[in-house]
Each structure stands twice: as C-alpha cells, then as structure tokens.
Design a protein around this ligand. Sequence first.
Ligand code: PAF
Length: 293
Amino acid sequence: MSALGKSSVRLQGVYTVKALREFIGSLQLTHNTIALVPTMGNLHEGHLSLMHLAREYADIVVCSIFVNPTQFGLGEDFSGYPRTLLEDEALLEKQGLVHLVFAPEEKDIYPFGLDNTAKITMPGLSKELCGSGRPGHFDGVASVVLRLLNLISPDILVLGEKDYQQLILLKRLVRDLHLPVQIVSGVIHREADGLAMSTRNQYLSPAERKVAPKLYCELVKLSKLIKSGGEDCQTLVKQSLSSLETFGFKPEYIEVRRSIDLGKPMETESPDGLIILAAAWLGNARLIDNIQL
Ligand code: PAF
C-alpha cells in the first residue's frame, strides 16, 4: 500500500531518552515495524519525501531531529545551523505521516559529555571526498546514527541520496557491526531550477541563489560527456572545475566513483554504475550534489 493510502496519523513529540524508551517499548509489544528518518531538522520537501518513503516501508515512522555537534568541525556552522523545532513539528503534523518526533538534548545523546564520549572511527572512505575537507565528520555521523539505532531499534533506516557518501558509509557501518536494520534510500529532491534541496541553501544570497543551480548543470553536462566517451575523464573533470570557478564557486572536488561503494573506477570501466560527486562553496554555503551515470 502506498503511504498516501494509509490514514493520517497524530504526531507525538518526545524529548528525552526515558520518554522515547517508553514509546518504543509499547510499540515492540504490538509488533509494529518501525522506520527511522534521522534529520537535523529545518525540514524541507526533501525530508518530507523521506517520511513518505518511510511510511511505505513501515507501520510506524519516527523522525529524529538533532543537530549533532560531533559531525561539525571547528569553524563550521554548528552554532548557526537553523534550529526550527516548532515549525518542523507543525510541518510533520500537517503531513500526517510521522508518528513520533524524537528531539533530544545533547546531554541525552552524549551522557558523558562531548570530550569524554565513545566514538566510532569509520574506515578509509570517510577521509576521502567530503571527508578530506571535513575531517572527523563521518565519524561524528556514524557515532550519532549508531546511538539512534540503539535507542529506536528501527527495522528500516531511511536516508537521502544527496548525502551519498554518508549513505554508503552508513551501509558499511550496518554491515560491519551486524546491525539488524535495512537501509532504504530516497532520491535527491530538487528545486524547479535543479538545485538540490538543502538546509544550507538558505545561506546563499539572492545573487548566489541564481548561480547555485549551475553546480547541477555542470554535473549533467559532465555526465553526458563521460557517457559519450570522447575525451579522457580527468580532462573533463578539470574543465568542469574551471567552469565552476568561472561562475564564482570555490570547488572542493568533483570526482567520478563507483556508485556501489564509492571506490575509484578503473580507466577502462564502463560508465554504467558510476557516479559523479561534487562539493563546492558558493559564498557561505557549502553545496554538495551528485548524479549517477
Ligand atoms: O544527514 C543528516 O542530516 C545527518 O548527517 C544525520 C544523518 C541526521 C546525522 O546527524
């Protein structure tokens, strides 16, 4: 049955681990399946599409809202990250697909404090691509997602494909630690002009907002050129990086990888099964995007 066919539900909010445990305990007695959509809040259409997907896969949808300090590096936007819990809850209430919002405080998630907490160290891939510009970021993501999985025991974990490297690393975490959860991913949601939806888009000035879709345009162009097989891939990537610079971006990287595991493809590899990933700064906004070939 599609999520739309299911009846609208009343949203409940819990803000402590104790209250969460009570809610989850009562669900386990009824043998309902649970899907978790982890978020940092400031919800937009992209998040809402993940709630939809979650509801297709499970009886109960839990949305966590927690701006996780351990995934932000020094000088990153942790303190300025938009916190809009009341608006988020109102949006979810209106959508009518989510049963529970879990919005804990930092001391609930990290009871021993941030300097004295157990942390997950993710393997090699976590230091490449986005990980090279954001050291420790994926260790922080894994550390919080593992805690959420332990607290909520969902059957399904729903993640967006915009954060593709995060998706692959969390799949790896689940397999590596034998976690009893199935990961389901939702496609990227885009604005009408192609810009991938993201909370950080609001850091763009009106002028930058007009330029921002060029990141996606460049990826589309690059993917067509790679598929047509004319020029060497590295040369094409260099051309794209310099086009982005011309438009005013400060690109961190554009890379072509295998979509299955983000491994580096061989030169002779066919374009099927490849993905292009990019991160670029535009003013104060760090934009990421990707496109599968
Ligand atoms: O993708 C995000 O919003 C975050 O990285 C996540 C998965 C909620 C962990 O804090």
